[in-house]
Design a protein around this ligand. Structure first.
Ligand SMILES: [Zn+2]
Ligand SMILES: [Zn+2]
Length: 392
């Protein structure tokens, strides 16, 4: 669908304005942009006020990413009731609607990604719509339908938050910053910084994942949806920038899967598992993840061969290397499974020691072979991405 067609479709729908949201999401940023700097200019903010601002910003953000998103919407791990209570309060502070609405919209976003009629914040309708336009009018695609959150309606904490949402919003957005300001002797400064500015910034940070993370970045694991991996965005979204991985493997509690990926939400969930506040952390099978990544690389490389009009021998070589890599990956995965099972059995002392060693050595050998083959493959793909070298 072209941009003009999308605009025409939206015009034809003529969705009524949601005045509560329109006023709320216009007045709060307008006040944040004027009152916060004005107060800062005349009276200034001190270190305490900035520290409270940063802490509440983090609390709000992580309640959405770890709580609303990875726990309630995707069920990638289980959380202790105390943690769910903390997230429910933080989510109300973020003013992004209650768990029911948020998770229901988000589950539909995953089920119908990019479908302009059914994805509540479809990126197919452009940057503005997917960022916040979808909230300002009552579009058909955003119609309330709780049929996909029956499980959450059995969670007493989510039910409690849904019931008292408005009171919790006021308590967390006005009561808490006012109390923290009163303790320090300047209620207004705290209300402006930790209340208003924190609220507006944290909302836009979340919305960037629906807009930018569906437009700019790499499609590392799949191009069946518009989601992108954007490591720069991960820096301000508590790790949610690895959105292509997330849309492809939504049952994984991680978004950034490498150790060097900046994903503080993942680190927090993992750390909390050591003290029993989180459990049953789900990870997707590394074999499936690697298979998806290599398939995307293979497809890009063949397209490149075609584009550069490289001799047939190049394409054949690429195919042969890819097939070999796939075979090795399959063998490695099977041995990995066998070795893990053997380790478990050995604990029960039913597996002979030498048998266990044999399996371990075979696994290590395959791991090494796979590493070498991957290096060859990466070299080849890199070579293809430099047109002059590839054509030579
Ligand atoms: Zn998601
Ligand atoms: Zn998305």
């Amino acid at each position: 669908m072209t941009n003009a067609e999308v605009k025409a479709q939206m015009k034809a729908e003529n969705a009524p304005i949601n005045w509560t949201n329109m006023l709320l999401f216009s007045i709060t940023p307008a006040c944040a942009l004027t009152l916060v700097p004005l107060y800062g200019y005349f009276y200034g903010y001190d270190l305490y006020e900035w520290v409270v601002f940063v802490l509440l910003m983090g609390y709000c953000g992580l309640s959405i990413t770890a709580g609303y998103h990875r726990m309630w919407s995707h069920k990638t791990y289980k959380a202790h009731p105390l943690l769910r209570f903390i997230f429910a309060l933080g989510g109300a502070m973020a003013l992004q609607n209650d768990v029911f609405h948020w998770a229901s919209d988000h589950r539909r976003h995953h089920q119908f990604t990019d479908n302009n009629d059914r994805d509540p914040y479809s990126a197919g309708r452009g940057f503005w719509f997917s960022h916040m336009g979808w909230i300002l009018r009552s579009y058909k695609s955003g119609r309330r339908d709780f049929s996909n959150i029956k499980d959450l309606q059995r969670d007493p904490i989510a039910v409690w938050q849904h019931k008292h949402y408005l009171k919790l919003v006021l308590l967390m957005n006005i009561g808490l910053p006012a109390l923290l300001g009163w303790l320090h002797g300047d209620i207004l400064a705290s209300l402006l910084l930790a209340g208003l500015l924190r609220l507006v910034l944290s909302q836009h940070v979340t919305w960037l994942i629906n807009s930018i993370a569906h437009m700019w970045g790499r499609q590392t694991y799949s191009d069946k949806h518009s989601a992108r991996d954007n490591p720069v965005l991960a820096l301000i979204t508590y790790g949610e920038g690895y959105h292509n991985y997330h849309h492809t493997f939504q049952w994984d509690y991680r978004n950034g899967i490498r150790w060097w990926h900046y994903d503080p939400t993942k680190w927090m969930i993992r750390l909390l598992s050591f003290v029993g506040l989180t459990s049953e952390l789900k990870r997707c099978n590394p074999h499936e993840v690697e298979k998806a990544r290599l398939e995307m690389q293979y497809r890009h490389a063949t397209e490149k061969c075609h584009l550069l009009d490289l001799p047939e021998s190049w394409r054949q070589r690429l195919e042969a290397e890819y097939e070999q890599l796939q075979q090795l990956l399959q063998q490695w995965s099977e041995h990995r499974q066998a070795w893990y099972e053997a380790k478990g059995k050995r604990i029960q002392e039913t597996l002979a020691h030498w048998e266990h060693l044999q399996l371990r050595d075979k696994y290590r050998e395959l791991h090494f072979q796979l590493k070498i083959q991957k290096r060859r493959w990466q070299e080849m793909v890199r070579h293809l991405s430099q047109p002059a070298a590839a054509a030579a």
